[in-house]
Design a protein around this ligand. Structure first.
Ligand code: OSB
Ligand code: MG
Length: 371
């Protein structure tokens, strides 16, 4: 199927509520949306970048640049029968995983639509619904009352697992407060690389609270210190930022740096890389769940399909559209059912309709690449 045209859009989507991590607070999200056009079909992909290089070195500007000047020109006007062929065509680009992932997801969506099957079916999904969790930011002003009210609301909505963002000085208190009120809740925390090895006592103080895991407490590029920390605390360690590729997972397993994997297709460089990590996790029997980056419904649809595949052992950071945005880009929006699950779309490709008017309204830059 020959790719006739590639559209790149850089968007700004206002978040319904500010989201604070150890990096700081954001009020909106910037992402890049890729549309591949072929045979009157459109394949969609999302690069979950941000306005600033906090979580990863990529931003909306770097993704637009590398897609427009390097990746898209290598693909437009050509046909690809397999994702491997597509990836080979852009293999000369080093890094830029989120930009690469957006292109690969768009190809998978397009190919599934051409075959008349759902993305979930194309990926080998087995579930029709996926149980989901919610990731809660640090409350404004570190207000514990506000945090408890937010946890209450999400537990009432039916979320299966709650993740709290923590940073040095804001860890034991929020965890103790939530645990006291919800002794049975599936609970975990995420440090987003904000702690240092010197904070080991602060992290060890979380041991009594029966957390599922501590996610990425230490630096984004430090597998060795995570292995050391893992031997000093009882709470399991989950890695996010550090697992930048299948090779990084192999290294982390060899070093003993983790117990649990947060799988984000953007971070690891696409669908094929994500599936490779999923295979390794199944072979090695490592816990794994689907991470999120506050995606719009485009990225969410892809991740819901992926999370329906065998090997996801815990509810992920896949929440309903309303948790993020007043108005999602897709219809129908993703909603929680009575059991705290999202339904896996079964229509062709991502299985949800991208609303052109909403996409247009959120667009800040729009580039069209033609042969
Ligand atoms: O560390 O998992 C993270 C959001 C943006 C960047 C990094 C992270 C997150 C989240 C939110 O935790 C997950 C979500 O609900 O999409
Ligand atoms: Mg994380």
């Amino acid at each position: 199927m020959r790719i006739e045209r590639i559209e790149l859009r850089s968007l700004v989507m206002p978040l319904r509520a500010g989201f604070e991590t150890s990096f700081g607070r954001v009020a909106s999200r910037e992402m890049v949306i890729v549309a591949l056009h072929a045979d009157r079909l459109v394949g969609w992909g999302e690069a979950p970048v941000a306005d600033r290089p906090h979580y990863s070195p990529e931003t909306a500007s770097t993704a637009m640049d590398v897609l427009a000047h390097h990746m898209a020109p290598a693909i437009v006007g050509r046909g690809f029968e397999t994702p491997g062929q597509l990836l080979d065509a852009i293999a000369f680009v080093r890094g830029h995983h989120m930009a690469r992932a957006a292109l690969e997801w768009a190809w998978w969506d397009l190919d599934a639509k051409r075959r008349g099957i759902s993305l979930a079916a194309a990926l080998g999904a087995e579930r029709e619904r996926v149980p989901v969790g919610v990731s809660l930011g640090i409350p404004a002003g570190d207000d514990l009352g506000a945090l408890l009210a937010e946890v209450h609301r999400r537990v009432e909505q039916g979320y299966h697992r709650v993740k709290l963002k923590i940073r040095p000085g804001f860890s034991r208190e929020p965890v103790a407060a939530v645990r006291e009120r919800w002794p049975e809740l599936a609970l975990c925390v995420d440090g987003n690389g904000g702690f240092r090895p010197e904070h080991t006592p602060e992290l060890a103080a979380l041991d009594p609270f029966d957390l599922l895991f501590i996610e990425q407490p230490l630096a984004h590029d430090d597998l060795l210190e995570h292995a050391r920390l893992r031997r000093r605390i009882a709470t399991p360690i989950c890695l996010d930022e550090s697992l930048s590729s299948p090779a990084a997972l192999d290294a982390a397993l060899a070093l003993g740096s983790l117990d649990v994997i947060n799988l984000k297709s953007g971070r690891v460089g696409g669908v094929s890389a994500a599936r490779s990590i999923l295979r390794t996790a199944r072979e090695r029997r490592v816990e794994l769940w689907c991470g999120g980056m506050l995606e719009t419904g485009i990225g969410r649809a892809a991740h819901v399909a992926l999370a329906a595949c065998p090997g996801f052992t815990q509810p992920g950071d896949l929440s309903a559209s309303e948790r993020y945005y007043e108005e999602d880009l897709v219809e129908p929006a993703f909603t929680l059912d009575a059991d705290g699950c999202l339904r896996v779309p079964d229509g062709p490709g991502i299985g949800v309709e991208v609303r052109g008017d909403r996409l247009e309204r959120a667009t800040r830059r729009h580039l069209v690449i033609e042969p």
